[in-house]
Design a binder for this molecule. Structure first.
Ligand code: FAD
Length: 494
C-alpha cells in the first residue's frame, strides 16, 4: 500500500472536476480489502474523517476531502470474473469504466451505463448512481448492480445480493461479517416523479438492500467489489447529429421521437427506439464550433440521437428517422449521420467535448462552474425550459444549455468571468432550483449532491428529511467519519 504524507505529493487528490479544493492529512492507496479494513478501523477508532476517492471526475466535490484521510481505490482495479454465459461480471470498484466496457464488448457483451466522462471508476459510478445519454433507453447504473461488497466504518463487511434482503415497514436489517445486525430506519420522503434522480438516499415502499448504497456518495460505506449485470452487445447503431433552424421544430421532433420510443419499447409498434436524445442549444453550438468548425452557422440547436439496428432493420429504421427529421424541418443536408463505429465515436466526442470545454473555460476564468442538474416530471419540462431561457436572457451572463433532453434533463451551464458575475450566476441558479422544486422535480438527476449542492438538497428536502438522512447514515457510520460534508453540512452530524 502506498501512503502519501506530504501535501506536494498528493495535491491532485484534493480536488475533482468541480474545481473545489480541499485539504487532507494523508492519502492511502491500498491494494487489498484487508488494507482498507485496517485504515478505516483505525480512522474510526480515532474519529478521523475518511473521504473515498474514485477517479475524481465528479462535478460536485464528493471526493474532495476537508481534513483527515483520503482512500483512493485506483489500485483495486481488476476485473475478477466475466461470466459470458450468465451475462455478468465481478469487478473491483477502482476499475475504470472505459476499460471495463472495452473488455466486455470484446466478448460480445455490453455494459450500458455511460456517464459522458468514461475515465471514472465503477465504484464512483455506483456511489453516484451515474447515468448518461444512453440512460434514456437503458437506465442509470442502479439496475445493473447485482451484488455489492462494502467495508463499513467499523471495518466490518457487508456482502449483499440483489433480491435477497428488503426493507419492511420502513426498516431494513443487515448482518455484517462481525455478526452484528444493523437495523436502519429509512428516510420517509417519497422520490420525485422524474426519470432520473440522485438527490439523497434511495427510498421506496420496499427497498432492496443493494439499492441503499447506490447513490449514497461515499457516506455509508466503501464499495470494494461489485457484481454487474451485462446485456448482449447490440449488433450495430445508427446515429446522427441533426441541426435545426428553429428551436420549436427540434422540440416537436424530440417529443415525437420520445413517444415513438416508448411505444416501441412497450411492444405497441415496431419503430423508432432511441437509445439517446441529446440537445445542444445555439450557445452550445457556438461554443463547440471552436473545436468542430463544421457546425453549420445557421443552426439554432441540434439533436444527437442513436438507435440500435440489425442488418435486417437498418434500412427501414434509417428511413423512419429521416422522415421524422424531414417532417420537423431539420437541416438535413447539413446534418451528420453514421452507421460506422469510428464516426459514432467522433459524435460521442463532440458531445463529451462540450462539458470539457465548459470546465476548461471556467477554470481559465478562475471561477467555479455553476451548472444545473435538475430534472422535472415530463409534463413540466417545457415550463422549466422557458423559465431557464427567460432568466438567462435577463441575466446577460454567458451560458450554454445541453444534455439529456430525452429524460427532461438539461444542463444549463452559466459561465461567469468575474467574481461579480459569479454572484449573479449563483443567484440565477438559486431561482432555477426553486422553480424545479416547485415543479415537482429534483435538484440533481445524475451528478449527485456532494459538497456543492447540499444547500439545495436542504431546500428540496427541508430539515426534517435531512435529519432523517443523518440518522440513517449514523446507523451505518455512528462516528460520522465517512464522506463528511457530502449530502448535508457537517453541522447536522455533530
Ligand atoms: C466532462 C464530464 C462529464 C460528465 N458527465 C456525466 C454524465 O453524463 N452523467 C453522470 O452521471 N456523471 C457525469 N459526470 C460526473 C462523473 O463522471 C460521475 O459522477 C462519476 O460517476 C464519478 O466517478 P469517479 O470514479 O470519478 O468518482 P469520484 O468523483 O472520485 O467520486 C464521486 C463520489 O463517489 C464516492 N466514491 C467513489 N468511489 C467510491 C467507492 N468505491 N465506494 C464508495 N464511495 C465511492 C466519492 O466519495 C464521491 O462522493 C461527468 C463528469 C465530467 C468531468
Amino acid at each position: 500500500m502506498q501512503v502519501k504524507t506530504y501535501k506536494d505529493e498528493f495535491e491532485s487528490y484534493l480536488k475533482d472536476a468541480s474545481n473545489l479544493v480541499g485539504y487532507a492529512d494523508r492519502v492511502f492507496i491500498p491494494e487489498t480489502t484487508d488494507e482498507i479494513i485496517e485504515i478505516i478501523s483505525k480512522a474510526n477508532a480515532d474519529r478521523i474523517p475518511v473521504t473515498i476517492a474514485g477517479a475524481r471526475t465528479g462535478t460536485v466535490g464528493g471526493a474532495v476531502p476537508f481534513g483527515g484521510y483520503v482512500i483512493s481505490l485506483e489500485r483495486l482495479n481488476k476485473l475478477l470474473e466475466l461470466d459470458r454465459k450468465n451475462k455478468k461480471a465481478t469487478v473491483q470498484s477502482g476499475l475504470i469504466l472505459k476499460d471495463f466496457q472495452r473488455i466486455v464488448e470484446s466478448e460480445g457483451l455490453f455494459y450500458p451505463p455511460d456517464p459522458t466522462e468514461w475515465s471514472c471508476q465503477i465504484g464512483g459510478n455506483i456511489a453516484t448512481n451515474a447515468s448518461g445519454a444512453r440512460s434514456f433507453k437503458y437506465g442509470a447504473t442502479r439496475p445493473y448492480v447485482q451484488r455489492l461488497k462494502i467495508v463499513l466504518a467499523d471495518g466490518s463487511i457487508l456482502d449483499i445480493e440483489r433480491g435477497k434482503i428488503f426493507s419492511q415497514n420502513g426498516i431494513i436489517e443487515l448482518e455484517t461479517s462481525k455478526g452484528n445486525v444493523i437495523r436502519a430506519k429509512l428516510p420517509t420522503y417519497r422520490q420525485p416523479m422524474v426519470r432520473k434522480n440522485t438527490s439523497g438516499y434511495f427510498t421506496a415502499d420496499k427497498v432492496d438492500a443493494v439499492d441503499i448504497f447506490i447513490g449514497s456518495e461515499g457516506t455509508l460505506g466503501l464499495v470494494v467489489e461489485a457484481e454487474l449485470k451485462l446485456i448482449d452487445k447490440p449488433e450495430a447503431f445508427f446515429s446522427g447529429i441533426v441541426f435545426f433552424k428553429e428551436e420549436t421544430d427540434l422540440l416537436a421532433c424530440v417529443n415525437e421521437a420520445r413517444n415513438l420510443s416508448f411505444a416501441s419499447r412497450s411492444g405497441e409498434i415496431d419503430s423508432i427506439d432511441a437509445t439517446l436524445l441529446e440537445y445542444f442549444d445555439r450557445q452550445a453550438l457556438r461554443f463547440i464550433a471552436k473545436k468542430f468548425p463544421e457546425v453549420p452557422g445557421k443552426a439554432c440547436s441540434a439533436l444527437f440521437f442513436e438507435q440500435e439496428t440489425t442488418e435486417k432493420s437498418e434500412d427501414k429504421l434509417l428511413q423512419m428517422w429521416l422522415e421524422l427529421f424531414e417532417k420537423h424541418n431539420a437541416l438535413l443536408e447539413d446534418s451528420w449521420f453514421t452507421t460506422n463505429e469510428q464516426d459514432r465515436d467522433r459524435m460521442r466526442h463532440f458531445r463529451h467535448a462540450l462539458p470539457v470545454a465548459v470546465n476548461e473555460t471556467i477554470a481559465r476564468y478562475n471561477q467555479r462552474k455553476v451548472g444545473t442538474d435538475m430534472a422535472v416530471p415530463d409534463e413540466n419540462f417545457a415550463c422549466l425550459l422557458r423559465f431557464y431561457k427567460l432568466k438567462l436572457e435577463e441575466s446577460r451572463l454567458d451560458y450554454v444549455i445541453f444534455g439529456h433532453i430525452g429524460d427532461n434533463h438539461l444542463h444549463v451551464n452559466l459561465l461567469p468571468k468575474t467574481e461579480e458575475e459569479a454572484v449573479k450566476a449563483r443567484h440565477v441558479y438559486g431561482r432555477f432550483v426553486a422553480q424545479a422544486i416547485m415543479l415537482g422535480g429534483t435538484i440533481s438527476a445524475e451528478h449527485g449532491i456532494g459538497k456543492h449542492k447540499r444547500k439545495y438538497l436542504y431546500m428540496q428536502m427541508g430539515e426534517r428529511y435531512i435529519n432523517e438522512m443523518v440518522a440513517f447514515k449514523k446507523t451505518f457510520d455512528p462516528n460520522a467519519i465517512l464522506g463528511r460534508g457530502n449530502l448535508f453540512d457537517t453541522k447536522f452530524l455533530d
